[in-house]
Design a protein around this ligand. Structure first.
Ligand code: GAR
Length: 208
């Protein structure tokens, strides 16, 4: 049987990318990273990909500026890359750009995102700070399938993390991040094993 081919989208540090690489190298995740794509040049995530001998691409959003719908045009370029590398599952690992229907239609229920909150609470940017501002006592992280709308798709896995007295955005983010690094490879593994079934908003996990 062929191994699941992943396309990982990144925008920055790439610690979630690293968690996926580590899980594959440790043999706890049976998958192959076919391509890493960044919308930002020179980010640490691209360096990680390079160090592990992975194919990586920086796709410049400016290359489609001035076209009638730049966001869709950009996603068409992404789609070309995904098809070229025969990607079966797209993983948004700290990818800070909203994907359009171009990708969502082509990869329905085959795009996953990791978000640092217990969705549907605190979608969007700086989710950890949002949790602190709200006075939440429990924070966490979510892996979900991507649909149109920000951070709104069917939830695959979540993990709760306590908010502690005196937490700053950095401290809370670090505590959540540790859990993200376990959660994302686990969600990919469930997909690779064919154990996820989407029904409406719910994702059912076979033999959970
Ligand atoms: C992670 O905390 C991830 O959950 C978050 O960005 C960080 C990326 O870190 N993603 C989002 O906020 C998406 N809405 P990383 O580059 O080290 O993986």
């Amino acid at each position: 049987m062929s191994v699941l081919r992943l396309g990982i989208f990144v925008s920055g540090r790439g610690s979630n990318l690293q968690a996926i690489i580590d899980a594959i190298e440790a043999g706890t995740l049976e998958a192959e990273i076919a391509v890493v794509i960044s919308n930002k040049p020179g980010v640490p995530a691209l360096g990680r990909a390079e160090r592990h001998g992975l194919t990586s691409v920086f796709l410049d959003p400016k290359s489609v500026a001035g076209t009638p719908d730049p966001r869709q045009a950009y996603d068409r370029k992404l789609l070309e890359q995904l098809q070229h590398h025969r990607v079966q599952l797209v993983v948004l690992a700290g990818y800070m750009k909203i994907v359009t229907s171009v990708l969502i239609d082509a990869y329905e229920s085959r795009i996953m995102n990791i978000h640092p909150s217990l969705l549907p609470s605190f979608p969007g940017l700086r989710a950890q700070q949002q949790a602190l501002d709200h006075g939440a006592k429990v924070a966490g992280c979510t892996v979900h399938f991507v649909t149109e709308g920000m951070d709104t798709g069917p939830i695959i896995l979540q993990r709760a993390v306590p908010v502690e007295e005196g937490d700053t955005e950095d401290i809370l983010s670090e505590r959540i991040l540790k859990e993200e690094h376990g959660l994302l490879p686990r969600a990919i593994r469930l997909f690779a094993e064919g154990r996820l079934k989407v029904e409406g908003r719910a994702v059912h996990i076979r033999d959970a």
